[in-house]
Design a protein around this ligand. Structure first.
Ligand code: NAD
Length: 291
């Protein structure tokens, strides 16, 4: 048995929160967007306007559905609130996408528990925290789990779903079903793992690539060639570094093991300090035409 989800509230209207909210609205859910004040929500409205244009042309739609009409309808249907009680009052599901700060998330879930109906399911989109770090603060650990999306959710539409030992299996199944209904590909995880599936694979892969280049075994472009030619993968690891942006791996590795700190320093000395920050800056391991 799964619960029926009609009303979805998203906490945080930043990069991922806005995408999650729009993805759900685009697939017909009634979505409320919550953020801490009305100025931020005014900026969010602009972000949603831009997202509507992206969805109209890029987002896959079911057979016979017009993307532009669905995007316009999603945009018009969004409800905005900077009052948590008002935002949560009718929610069947609240998805949290606020900054990656454990104490902040715990506090916000505690406040949410005081105002949301007892039946509401709570989900966190956290990338690096485990749901069990937060579960007790929600006041309803049986109705809480992680639902993790990737950036540009309309294209990279995985939904990694990770409960704790306390998550009710019916709640877990409800979220698997919800993920499918918003056009995502649900990836149910059987137990908690930092990094979910994607980063458990990607981080060691990128670290190994960096070690090959930093320790002088092979040129970055040749590492990419080997990966692409030998496996058929469209992108090698250094292309992926450029897309992610070099600051993010630098920040992660600068606090890691001895090897990771050494690789972070190499990245800083040879790329970051020279303004080569990846695709967004026009140059990283590759150069990119800027318009
Ligand atoms: P962001 O900084 O773009 O947005 C955060 C939003 O939360 C802002 O709009 C901010 O005003 C709002 N906020 C701050 N305090 C709040 C509060 N107390 N209540 C409600 N809203 C509050 O961050 P983001 O990149 O969207 O990341 C949000 C979450 O999503 C993080 O947990 C992150 O790990 C996760 N995530 C991010 C990505 C990504 O690529 N950016 C990918 C997957 C998951």
């Amino acid at each position: 048995m799964t619960q029926t989800i009609h009303n979805v509230t998203v906490l945080g209207s930043g990069v991922l929160g806005s995408q999650i909210a729009f993805q759900a609205a685009f697939h017909g859910f009634a979505v409320t967007v919550y953020d801490i004040n009305d100025d931020i929500l005014a900026d969010a409205r602009k972000r949603f306007g831009a997202l509507a244009e992206v969805y109209a042309t890029q987002a896959p739609t079911p057979e016979g559905v017009d993307g532009k009409a669905a995007a316009d309808q999603a945009l018009a249907g969004l409800r905005y609130s900077s009052d948590l009680a008002d935002a949560a009052k009718d929610a069947d599901l609240v998805i949290e996408a606020i900054p990656e700060i454990l104490d902040l998330k715990r506090k916000v879930f505690g406040n949410l528990n005081d105002v949301a109906p007892s039946s509401t399911i709570f989900a966190t989109n956290s990338s690096t925290l485990l749901p069990s770090d937060i579960a007790d603060a929600t006041g309803r650990p049986d109705r809480f789990l992680a639902l993790h999306f990737a950036n540009e959710v309309w294209l990279h539409n995985t939904a990694e779903i990770m409960g704790t030992a306390q998550t009710d299996p019916e709640v877990f199944d409800t979220i698997v079903d919800f993920a499918t209904k918003i056009g995502a590909v649900p990836i149910p995880m059987h137990k908690e793992k930092a990094g979910y599936v994607l980063n458990s694979l990607l981080v060691p892969f990128l670290t190994a690539a960096l070690e090959l280049a930093a320790d002088g075994y092979a040129e970055p472009h040749d590492v990419d060639k080997v990966w692409s030619i030998a496996t058929g993968a469209p992108l090698g690891p250094f292309r992926i570094f450029d897309i992610v942006g070099l600051h993010t791996p630098y920040n992660i590795m600068a606090n890691g093991t001895d090897l990771e700190r050494r690789l972070a320093q190499w990245l800083k000395d040879n790329y970051i300090d020279q303004g080569k920050l990846g695709r967004a800056s026009g140059e990283g391991f590759y150069t990119y035409p800027q318009n």
